[in-house]
Design a protein around this ligand. Structure first.
Ligand code: ZN
Length: 110
């Protein structure tokens, strides 16, 4: 395999570390002023992966960096919810962020 595209680099909104997106976690603004974790529509902010990323999250939350990156008002309640999700996130299987390449090719032409 010679497919060695460089991974997109993102900046953690907590510690300002630059890292490939697959070692970071994406938080985005969801519906109803809630925040979502993972890929999806809308503006995203990047944080280091938990458990270390929880510190980044707290730093970002305190500084208002999340709200700034997402360009939306972020309630304390929404922050608490996302924090709880991040706590559980590092147990979840790694999923690739980004658009889903759903190029299913049925081999029916033979
Ligand atoms: Zn960080």
């Amino acid at each position: 395999m010679h497919d060695k595209r460089p991974a997109p680099v993102r900046t953690c909104v907590g510690c300002r570390r630059r890292a490939p997106s697959h070692v970071l976690v994406r938080v985005r603004s969801g519906a109803d002023r809630q925040l979502e974790v993972g890929a999806g529509d809308g503006r995203g902010a990047w944080l280091c992966r938990p458990p270390g990323g929880l510190e980044c999250f707290d730093t970002a939350a305190r500084r208002g960096a999340l709200a700034q990156a997402l360009r939306t008002g972020v309630s304390a309640e929404a922050l608490a919810l996302v924090r709880a999700r991040l706590v559980g996130h590092h147990d979840a299987p790694t999923r690739r962020d980004g658009p889903i390449d759903d190029e299913t090719q049925d081999g029916t032409s033979h």
